[in-house]
Design a protein around this ligand. Sequence first.
Ligand SMILES: [Zn+2]
Length: 224
Amino acid sequence: MKTKKVLLVFSHPDDESFGPGGTIALWAKRGHELHLVCATKGEIGNNHTNDKTELIREKELKKAAEILGIKKVNFLGYKDGHISNCHIPQLAQKISAKINQFKPHVIMTFNLNGVSGHLDHVAVANATTSAFDKTGFAEKLYYYSLPKAYTDTIEDYFIHFPDGSEDHEFDEIVNISDVWDTKIAAMMAHESQKEDIDRILAGYKKFPQKKDHFMVRIRKAKNS
Ligand SMILES: [Zn+2]
């Protein structure tokens, strides 16, 4: 199979591992080149924030990226929890610049409801969609999403957690059982987010399905 370049665009360190870590590991294993742009350094994180949180989370993301096989990590310099509407045009420009430079075949982000409903995720998904539509490089934009059968088992934990989708609504479901241990190891690299890790692992116990779910936006051919 031809080697493809994949650009991952997320909001916080841990989105890549807690979300589509399995698919990322699988694609890296197949020889694809993956770069990650992360909008913030996740300095608000989980409860125990202090001056060093930013540095800790940057280090954790680099470790997780290495475990998953992501070749390069860039940060876009936004403040965690503060990517609002007014940042979206500039954020889209920054993502477009990365697309124009890296020329990916595929781009991946969270779906437009932000998967967990986090507004930073919603903003990044919107900015990435706008950048995908305006630049001409990637053929496909993968939106990481969750199945309803899984979200039904999750209680709202800090914000409204949107319902997932039914299986027939997904364009691609990736079996990640072969790289499950790699995904879990990458999650564990985000040590400072232990409470989230424990919550997610408890969720996997209730809903043991080693699959990642995606909606795929395909670039429309020109003149059609
Ligand atoms: Zn996040």
